[in-house]
Structure formats: C-alpha cells, structure tokens
Design a protein. Structure first.
Lengths: 153, 130
C-alpha cells in the first residue's frame, strides 16, 4: 500500500521535475540573481565609492574645494561622468535591493508591504533618471567666470 | 535549560548577541543610512543643473562643523559596510568562511580603524580649521 503510494507520488513528481528541482519555480531565479548582484555590485562599489571619497575629500583642499567649479572640472571629463554614472546606478540598485530585503523582513501586512515597495520603486527610478540626466546634460561652461580650458576657447 | 537561557554569553551554537548578529545589525543600519543619504546627495548635486549660484549656496550651507561631523559619520558607515560586505562574500564563497566569521569580524574592525582614523584626522582638520 505504502509502496504503491510512493510509486504514484514518484511517478507524478518525475513527470514534471528532476529530483534536484523539488518545487516548481513560479518566480524564476530572481532571488538568486539579486543575491549574485549584491556581491558583484558590492565589490565594484567598494572601488568606485572609495575612489570618489578619496578624490573629493582627501586630495587638495578636501571638503572646502567642493563648489560648482569643482563639479565642472570633474564632469568636463567623460572619465568622471562614467565613473559617477556607474556609482549612481550600482549604488541605487544595490540600495534598492537592500531596502527591499528589509521591507520583506519587517512588514507584516500585504498592504503595507505593497505601499512601501511602491514608494521604493518610485524613489529609485526617479533618482536614477534624475542623476543620469544631470550628469550627461550638465554644461560646465554655464558659469561665466569659468577658467576651465574647455570653456575659455 | 538554565544554560540555554544564558547561552549568548557562553557561545555554543547560538549566534545571538555576538559578532555574527551585531555585524548583521550594523550592516543593515549602515546600508539603510547610506541609501537615504544617496537620495539627498543626488538631489543636492542636481542643483548644478539649476544654476552655479544655487549649488554653491547649498554647498556653503553644508560647510559647518555639524555637517562636517555628519560627513565623518557617513564615511564611517561606508567603510564599515564595505569591509563587512567583503566578510559576507568570504562567508558565502570561501570554504572556511563560516568557520572564521568571528575572526573576520575583528579583521573588519581593525581595517575600519586603519582606514577611518587617517580620514577622520584629514577631514575634521579641514572642517574645524577654516
């Protein structure tokens, strides 16, 4: 009797699934890829953010040097535009994923979870779009007193 | 039974209250803090697209000891989150990672001091001597 039940169950299972895939994935591998992304983006961000902090806060005048001319000097170079864009995208997506995990951990009601995640998605998309537009539509020569070589030609 | 109730101090298989849990708590708090800061940082930097004057005005407003200390706190959060992130990667991918997670936590603490102290001296000197 038991043997028959087991056989039926096994047959029913093997018809659809291999022994190593014990459940039918309904959400794809999203959580696996988000786990991989956190580690990969984390390592890239370590380099990008430490470089950003070192150049902006340790070199030269440090925090006192930061003004429009400082930003213009950096963003007149494609190198820093791409650096900052990568930092923005990876940082926002890494943070998005982290906060998503926190929301999943602490919210108890489906409604609260939905509201918080909607806010999170809206804020993330807004910040990525705004930041990207700012980096690439920026005009370093808008300041008439600029002494940058790209502006004095 | 009594031993189980007081186990966090004695160790055993409980991780609560020790390096494993506190690094996890600190990772969450520092990560959330950095994410919230990133919104503010993108918004204030976006002022370069409004006008040089608008951006400079806000940057000048930031240049005071209170914000300067806040900046040092943010850099502390970045350094801890980065180093503990490497520890998490080692726990996940290195076969001996879980075994040495406590030692690696103290490695994170040492690395934090080594990176943060020179930064704090440099940055706070800038903040308090202008």
């Amino acid at each position: 009797m038991t043997a028959t039940t087991d056989q039926t169950a096994t047959a029913a299972t093997s018809a659809k699934l291999s022994p190593y895939k014990r459940f039918t994935p309904t959400r794809g591998n999203f959580e696996l890829w988000s786990w991989v992304f956190m580690r990969a983006s984390g390592i890239l961000l370590l380099v990008l953010v430490f470089g950003h902090l070192f150049v902006n806060l340790m070199l030269g005048e440090g925090i006192h040097a930061i003004d429009f001319a400082f930003v213009a000097g950096k963003w007149s170079s494609p190198f820093w535009q791409v650096w900052d864009m990568l930092m923005l995208w990876l940082g926002m997506l890494h943070g998005f994923n982290g906060v998503r995990t926190i929301i999943n951990d602490y919210t108890e009601r489906e409604g609260t979870r939905w509201v918080l995640k909607t806010l999170l998605v809206v804020a993330t998309v807004f910040t990525i779009v705004l930041g990207t537009l700012v980096i690439f539509t920026f005009d370093p020569c808008i300041d008439p007193n600029s002494t940058l070589s790209v502006c004095t030609k | 039974m009594a031993q189980a109730a007081t186990a966090p101090k004695g160790g055993g298989t409980l991780y609560r209250g020790r390096e494993g849990m506190w690094s996890w708590v600190a990772h969450r708090i520092s990560g959330l803090l950095l994410f919230l800061f990133l919104f503010a940082h993108v918004l204030d930097t976006a002022l370069v697209r409004v006008s040089p004057e608008a951006y400079n005005q806000v940057m000048e407003a930031y240049k005071n000891p209170v914000v300067g200390l806040g900046e040092a706190g943010l850099v502390a959060a970045v350094i801890f989150h980065a180093l503990n992130g490497l520890r998490i990667i080692a726990v996940d991918f290195w076969s001996k990672g879980p075994k040495f997670q406590k030692q690696m936590f103290w490695g994170v603490v040492i690395g934090f001091v080594v990176l943060f102290v020179p930064f704090a001296i440099r940055h706070l000197t800038n903040v308090f001597t202008h």
